[in-house]
Structure formats: structure tokens, C-alpha cells
Write a protein of this length. Sequence first.
Length: 313
Amino acid sequence: MNEPSPRRLEFDRENMLYELFISSNDLSIIKSNQTNDNSWSMAFGRYLKTIRTNPNVLLYPFIKTILNESLPITRGLFLILKQCVYLYPEKLVNLSLQRHLSTALTIMTDPYLKYKYVRLLRLIINQIEEKYLNEILPLTNNLLENYPQLDISIIIVLEKLVLINLDSKLQSSLNQSYNQTLIEYLKSNDFDDDELIDLCYLLFQINLNKSLHCVFNISNIFIDLLAYIDYDIDTMMNWLLTPETGEKFLIFILRLIKYLSSNRDELKSQAGNDTYNQLVTTMKRFHEQLNNAYEKSLFPYNIKPLLNAFNLF
């Protein structure tokens, strides 16, 4: 009989510890089983996820003590840090997140770990008040220096920091890093749907701020996004109907249509007659399909403002 693999043994230990933590819900038992390995960290992170709504008052000082140590950079550590974002959003500055995130930035080699790292940064930026971010995130210059080694979605974090801090110098550096058209950039990188929408919406917002200069203007964003999805209205419908992308794409496309309806000449000049006509035809078809879905009550939120905006387009 074959011996179980190290990964199997690690996973079995993780599940055993998780079941113990859940069944006992006893902090003393969690402490007595504490080790620095990934199994314990994953089990503890999973436990934290289950008790978000009613955490033990002694849990915060325990977590603070753990995170004050020098811990190995693992999936388990990232899971614990992620749960802390939800549990203690106003206390993160006291949980050594900046130190752990800065350390991870320089030593990570595993692609999946890099992906989870960037996802954690995005969660922090979206969930935590802006006034705390400089004390939680790694220094922007360090993120920029390590940009080529990280998961490509780090660009979303960097563009978000541009918008938060109105950092024209950072935006200038990012403009140089694109070094191609937007559609070429999108095609050369494997963005998830939510990442694609987040990036395009950030670029749109940066364009609206006169103190910032984005290498892609708003017409570029609209033209290249539709070309990237091959003018497929089903893709846009899926974005609106999928929970992970629905509301964010609704906000983005609504603001985009309102802007373009007031700047038709800019769009037509940028696109040329043939592409412009294709864009208009696509959006008319999209409007028809939206209206049909609306009449069938397929949306979990109100899309009436989007339908009304098409009257301007």
C-alpha cells in the first residue's frame, strides 16, 4: 500500500484541527495545538471564517500575539490575514499586516501564492478606510519595484492607489509599463472577469480626474473593451447577471454610457466610422437584450437607470 503524500498528510492534519476547533470552540484548545506549520494556519483561518459574526473577546489579543511573531509566508497566513480584514477592520494597523505583507513581497516564488497575495491586497483596499491604508499596505514604491514578479492583477491595486492618493507620479510610471494599446495589454494578460471590469473602471475614473493623466482615454477603454470581448453582448449580460461582477459592471457601464452620450464626437473621432457604427449596433442589441431580461425580472437589482441611459446613447 502506498504511503500518503506529504500534501495528503498536511491536508488531513488541517481537517482534523479544523474539526477540533469548530467542535470545541475553545480558545485554550486552539492555543494548545498551535504550531507554525501551514496545517494549523489553514485550520485556524477556516475557523475564523466561521465565527466572524460572534468572535470571542479574547480572540483579538491572541491573534495579535500570533501575528507579532515572524511567521512563514504560507496560504494559511494569508487566510488568517484575510479573516482579520473582516473581523477587525479598524484594528488592522495593530496586527502587523504591513510587516507580513512587506516580507511576503520580497520572498514569494509560488505563482498561486502571488495570486492570493494580490487578492488580499485588493480586499484590503476595498474594505478598509483609506486613512488606514498607508499603515497596512507595503510601500507603493516596493509594490512598483516588484510589479513584474507579482500576479498581473497587481496593476489593479496600483491603479487604485493612484486614484486614492491622486498620485500622478505613480500613474506616469504605470503609463510606461503598459507600453501597448489597451486591447493588446488585455490580450497579453489573463485577467479574471472581475479583474477586467475593475481595471477598466479604475482607468475610467482616473480619466475623470484632471490632475491625472492616463495613457488610455475613455473612448479607448470603451472601444478596446468591446473589441476584446468580440462585441459579444452575451458576455456583458453574463457580467451583469453574475454575483461577482454584476453590480460593479452595472455601475461602470452606466457611468460609461452617460459619459459617451455627452462626448459622441470624441468617440466617433477615436473609433472611425466603421468601428463607431459597429459599437452603436452592438449597444442597441445589448439594450434590447437588457430590456427583455428586465421584463422577465432576471436581475436581482434595479437596472432601470441603465435602460434609461440608453435613451441618451
